[in-house]
Design a protein around this ligand. Structure first.
Ligand SMILES: Cc1ncc(COP(=O)(O)O)c(C=O)c1O
Length: 389
């Protein structure tokens, strides 16, 4: 295994060019060329869309590493073929349904989702020949509905009501699957139930966690990320705790409006959900089955204000050339705060869940920032990125 250490000149946003040292231990089936590009030496190709899921790079965040004296690393989940961390869970819940015998060739997958899980499922279902039915709150943008339909899903926008209400989009999805299963048991239909189906968490125990451990060569002191379903945080935490005998510290990063931070801080008191956040796809009003077992394993939690997350969206663009969605930016803020806690010399890893492409019309719009009361969160030197009226 060759340990490649190189020095290269890079330009970060408006800053002057500076030296960045790349340390990357290339596995046997990989060579790293003079520009730091990993050239695979392995033979073969992947079998369809699903074979391209996972094995995402771990990226050093230089400015934050320098600021904290720690090595701050982001797992580039936006490089999954469907564009987000949710491709992993989508594949696992579909495979779980196949293995349980509920889903047969030509069958139907039904899910309640407003975002990346739907997109991941749409790709996976299309590539495997399943029908996909999506229920989502009717508050979601037309753009999301159009994209899901483009990817072949049947989409039902339904009134946005609380999880406890039987008309909530998740319960409607469940009933739809049960109906189809009765009508056509030969092909089968399944409600993949991303929140409480632990096949989601298993995706991260079996793929994301081991990848992080191997990519850091076991030199990792802490991990932090936010939760939607909790699959990523719980799965990676489970794996890292087991493989390191509990040495890797794991922290929840929580947005405003989520109940989990106060749940952890209070030692298990579940408050009513109130308020919200600009960070789509994360924040939770309950402890899901995916998260349940790992909550007690966590070493703490951080509450990250929207002002910090939006500033980090702009900073990552300017300082690292990374075009990230707000949940990734929240994770990066949390990683910085954890790095400050752990101290110089430590290694902290987080998740870069998806890119900014799906949110650009909001994140870089003057009017949207004003509406959300976040215009002043953008420092003067980053205002040039507010390119939309
Ligand atoms: C953009 C984004 N970030 C983070 C998450 C959270 O991931 P998980 O559901 O594994 O907790 C999601 C989930 O949908 C998401 O869409």
């Amino acid at each position: 295994m060759a340990n490649v250490a190189r020095t290269s000149l890079r330009r970060f946003g408006t800053q002057t060019a500076r030296k960045a040292t790349v340390n990357y231990a290339a596995p046997a089936a990989e060579k790293v060329n003079q520009y730091g590009i990993r050239v695979s030496q392995a033979q073969g190709y992947v079998d369809s869309f699903t074979g391209a899921i996972g094995n995402t790079p771990l990226i050093k965040l230089h400015t934050l590493s320098k600021q904290t004296g720690a090595t701050v690393l982001g797992k580039a989940e936006f490089q999954n073929p469907g564009g987000s961390v949710k491709d992993r869970a989508a594949l696992y819940v579909v495979r779980d349904a196949e293995e349980s015998g509920l889903l047969k060739p030509g069958g139907t997958v039904v899910e309640g989702t407003a975002g990346n899980t739907g997109i991941g499922l749409a790709h996976v279902c299309r590539s495997k020949g399943y029908r996909l039915v999506i229920y989502m709150p009717n508050t979601q943008s037309q753009g999301k509905i159009d994209l899901l339909r483009l990817l072949g899903a049947e989409v039902y926008p339904v009134p946005a009501v609380a999880f406890e209400n039987p008309e909530n989009y998740n319960w409607q999805a469940k009933r739809h699957a049960e109906r189809l299963q009765k009508e056509d048991p030969e092909h089968g239909a399944v409600w993949t139930n991303q929140f409480d189906n632990v096949a989601n968490r298993r995706a991260h125990i079996e793929t994301t966690g081991p990848e992080i451990w191997n990519q850091t060569g076991g030199k990792i002191d802490a991990f932090t990320c936010a939760t939607g379903t909790g699959g990523t945080l719980a799965g990676v935490t489970r794996y890292l705790k087991d493989v390191s005998n509990g040495k890797v510290k794991c922290f929840l990063a929580d947005p405003p409006g989520s109940v989990l931070h106060s749940y952890i801080q209070s030692g298990g008191k579940l408050n009513e959900r109130s308020g919200g956040s600009i960070t789509e796809g994360i924040g939770q009003g309950r402890v899901t089955d995916n998260l349940k077992n790992e909550v007690k394993e966590l070493d703490g939690s951080l509450n990250i204000a929207d002002e910090k997350s939006i500033e980090m969206v702009y900073r990552c663009l300017d300082e690292e050339g990374l075009y990230l969605g707000a949940s990734s930016a929240l994770n990066v803020v949390a990683a910085k705060e954890v790095a400050e806690k752990m101290g110089p010399g430590s290694t902290v890893v987080t998740i870069l869940c998806d890119g900014a492409y799906r949110y650009a019309d909001r994140l870089f719009s003057q009017k949207w920032l004003e509406t959300k009361g976040l215009r002043n969160a953008i420092p003067k030197h980053l205002e040039k990125y507010i390119i939309l009226p």
